[in-house]
Design a protein around this ligand. Structure first.
Ligand SMILES: Cc1cc2nc3c(=O)[nH]c(=O)nc-3n(C[C@H](O)[C@H](O)[C@H](O)COP(=O)(O)OP(=O)(O)OC[C@H]3O[C@@H](n4cnc5c(N)ncnc54)[C@H](O)[C@@H]3O)c2cc1C
Length: 263
C-alpha cells in the first residue's frame, strides 16, 4: 500500500507568544522560533505506520515549507516513515490554503500511483482545516474528514467520522484522502535506532521547477485570500461576576438576563 502523509511544520505551542507577523507580507515570521510537527499530523504519521505494519507498503511524508521544515521531516523519518519530501521554493511563500493544497497536489501527481493520503484535521497555526479537503478536490478524490478510527481492506476504507457529539460510519473506495483527529491513536516516540537512521537519510527537495507548477497558482499570487490585517481582538471590558451558592447564582443570572431582555 502506498500511503502519503501531509505534515505541516508549525510554531511550538510553548512559543506561540513569540510569533510575529511580517508587516509587509502579513505572513508569520517563523525564523528563530522552535518549530514542531503539527500535532494532528503526528497522529496521521502514526496511523500510516500502523497500517504499514498491518498490511505492508510504503509511507511517504510531504511538507511544503521553508528549508527549516527539514527538521520536522527528519522527526517523521525517525518515527519510521520510508521517504520524506520537502516542497520548498521562494515562490511558495505566503500561500493560502488554496495555493498550499494546489502545490501539494502537484507533488503527489509527480509521485504517481498511491492508495491513501492522510493529513491532520487542522494545523494549530492557520487552523482552517481546509488543506485536506482542498487537496482531495485538486486530486478528484473521495474524502473523509475528522476520522477517529479507520479500517482498510483491499480496495475500501471504513472510518468513524467524528461529529459534534456522536460519530458516523463512512465507507469509501480507495484511493481516498482522510483527515484524522487526535483520538485516532497515540503517536510513538522515535526510537534511538530511528533517530540515527533519520540523521543519515536523504530528504528529497522539490522546487517549483521540479513540480512543473503554474506559478500563478502558488504563493501570494496563487492565493485567493489575503490576510489584510492581523490584530489581537480587544479583550471584552465591563461584565459582572456573579458568585455564591450555585442555585442562587443561577437564579440571579436568569433575573439579570430577563432585566436586560436577553431572555
Ligand atoms: C493566523 C493565520 C490565519 C490564516 N488564515 C487563513 C485563512 O483564513 N485562509 C487561508 O486560505 N489561509 C489562511 N492562512 C494561511 C494558511 O495557514 C496557509 O495556507 C497554510 O499553509 C495552510 O492552512 P492551515 O494552516 O489552516 O492548515 P489546515 O488546512 O488547518 O491544515 C490541515 C492539514 O493539511 C496539511 N497541511 C497544511 N499545510 C501544509 C503544508 N504547508 N505542508 C504539508 N501539509 C500541510 C496538514 O496535514 C494539516 O494537518 C492563515 C495563516 C495564519 C498563520
Amino acid at each position: 500500500m502506498e500511503i502519503i502523509v501531509c505534515i505541516k511544520q508549525v510554531p511550538d505551542t510553548e512559543e506561540l507568544h513569540k510569533v510575529k507577523i511580517n508587516s509587509e507580507t502579513r505572513t508569520l515570521i517563523r525564523e528563530g522560533i522552535k518549530n514542531i510537527i503539527n500535532p494532528f499530523d503526528e497522529n496521521a504519521i502514526e496511523e500510516a505506520l500502523r497500517l504499514r505494519e498491518k498490511i505492508g507498503g510504503r509511507v511517504t511524508v510531504i511538507s511544503m515549507g521553508p528549508p527549516q521544515a527539514e527538521t520536522s521531516l527528519r522527526k517523521a523519518l525517525a518515527m519510521g516513515v520510508d521517504r520524506a519530501i520537502l516542497l520548498s521554493d521562494k515562490s511558495f511563500a505566503g500561500s493560502d490554503t488554496l495555493a498550499t493544497s494546489y502545490t501539494l497536489a502537484m507533488a503527489i501527481k509527480k509521485l504517481g500511483k498511491f492508495d491513501l493520503i492522510l493529513s491532520g484535521k487542522q494545523a494549530i497555526d492557520g487552523d482552517t482545516a481546509q488543506v485536506g479537503p482542498g487537496l482531495a478536490e485538486w486530486l478528484n478524490l473521495p474524502q473523509i474528514t475528522y476520522a477517529r478510527k479507520i479500517e482498510v481492506n483491499e480496495k475500501k476504507i471504513r472510518a468513524e467520522r467524528t461529529l459534534e457529539d456522536s460519530f458516523e460510519l463512512v465507507e469509501s473506495p480507495l484511493p481516498a484522502l482522510i483527515t484524522v483527529t487526535k483520538e485516532i491513536n497515540e503517536p510513538r516516540y522515535p526510537s534511538l535506532k530511528g533517530v540515527l537512521r533519520a540523521r543519515k537519510e536523504k530528504i528529497i527537495i522539490w522546487t517549483a521547477k521540479d513540480l512543473k507548477i503554474n506559478e500563478k497558482r502558488t504563493g501570494l499570487e496563487g492565493s485567493a485570500t489575503r490576510v489584510i490585517k492581523v490584530f489581537t481582538p480587544p479583550s471584552p471590558s465591563g461584565g459582572e461576576i456573579i458568585s455564591g451558592e450555585t442555585s442562587k447564582v443561577a437564579e440571579n443570572l436568569i433575573k439579570k438576563l430577563e432585566e436586560h431582555r436577553i431572555i
